[in-house]
Ligand binder design. Sequence first.
Ligand code: V47
Length: 377
Amino acid sequence: MRSNSQPTLSSVRAKVEAGERLSFDEGLFLFRPDVSLHEVGELANLVRQRINGRAAYYNINTHLNPTNVCVYRCTFCAFRSDLRDPKGYAMNDEQILARGREAVQHGCTEVHIVSGLHHQRGYDWYLRIIQLLHEAYPQLHLKAWTAVEINWFEHLTKRPVRAILQELREAGLASMPGGGAEIFHPDVRSRICEHKADATKWFEIHRTAHELGIPTNCTMLYGHIENDYHRVDHLLRLRELQDETGGFQAFVPLAFHPQNTGLSHLPKASALTDLRVTAVSRLLLDNIPHIKAYWIMLGIGTAQAALSYGADDLDGTVRHELIYHDAGATTPEILSVAEIRRLITEAGYEPVERDTLYRRVARDDDGVAGTPPCPQG
Ligand code: V47
C-alpha cells in the first residue's frame, strides 16, 4: 500500500523496532543509494536476529541438472543449450543414479534438481528421474523442479497443476526450489523471458504446492534491466502469497551474472548492491523465515558479510553447480563442511547444519545424518 508521508530512516527504524510491516514506498526508500547502506543493514540485522538469533544455516547438498537442452531462450541464461550444440546433454538413468550414490557417499541430505525443458523428452522422463532417485536413495530429500518446469509438464500432459504435483510428490518430490521467478513485473519479464510462465502462473503453481503441503522457496533475479520499483513490486507479491499460505521457507536473492548470456554487455551487480538487496528483502519479507546468501553467486566474502545484512543461510556445500558457473561465477565448485563452518564462525555466527526443512541435523561419529528430533531444533 502507498502512503502519503515521506519515509525517513528514523520513521522506518521506529516501525522495524515495533515489528510493523513496511510499505511499498518504504521499500523504495530503502533502495535509494543515498540512504545509508550501513543503517539499512543494521535494521535488517535486527529482524534477522529476532527471527533466527545467531544461527547461520547450511546444508550438505548436491545439484542435478538432468539436461541443459531447453525450448526457452531466456536472455539471462548461460546454461541452456540447443539440442545439436556440442554443449547440449541429457543424462541417462545410470548417470542420474550415480549422482544420487555420490550424494549419499558425501553425506548429502538434499538433491536440488532443476532442468532445461527438453522438447524430445516427455513428462514421464522427468517423473522417472524423481522415482529412480527416491526408490534408490529414499534418505535424500528431493527439492525438485521450479514452477517453470511444472508449467511445462502442464503443457506436455494437459493435466492440472494439482494432479501433476500430487503425482510428483507420490514419486518422491519433497519440496520445490524457488527458481523461475526472475522479475514478476511484465515490463521486465516480457524482455528477459517472454515465453515462460508469467507471474500469475508462477504464483498459481506455488500456491497449489503450498495447499498440498509441499514447501517451496522463492527467488528474485536482480542486477539486470530491472529498477527499484520492479524489485519492491516483486518482493511484495511474494509477501502477499506468504500471508495467504505460509508455504515459503526461504527467499533467495540471485545476482545476475552476465558472462555468456544475451545481456553480457551489462556489468555485474556490486557487493554493495548485493548487500542492499539482501537487507531490503529481509525488511520487506517479514513473513518469510529465511533469507539465503547463496555463496556460489555472491562470492564467499559478500556471502559472509550478508549474514550481518539480514541473511541467515549460506545454502549448501553444493556439488555440480552449473547455472552460475556457466555464467562466469568464479566461486569454487564446492565448499567443505569445515570451510563453510569456518566462514560462518569467522562472521560471528553459530554454524547450524540443517536439512531442507530447516530442522537441525545431528550426525553420528561416522558422519551419518540422523532424523532431527523436532522442527527448528
Ligand atoms: O531461475 C539463471 C537464475 C535460477 C542466471 O530454491 C541466473 O534454494 C544469475 O533458482 N545469472 C535458478 N542468475 C537457481 C535457483 C536457486 C539457486 C539456489 C537456491 C535455490 C533455492 C534456487 O538461477 C533461475 C534464474 O533466476 N539464473 N541464469 C545468470 N546468468
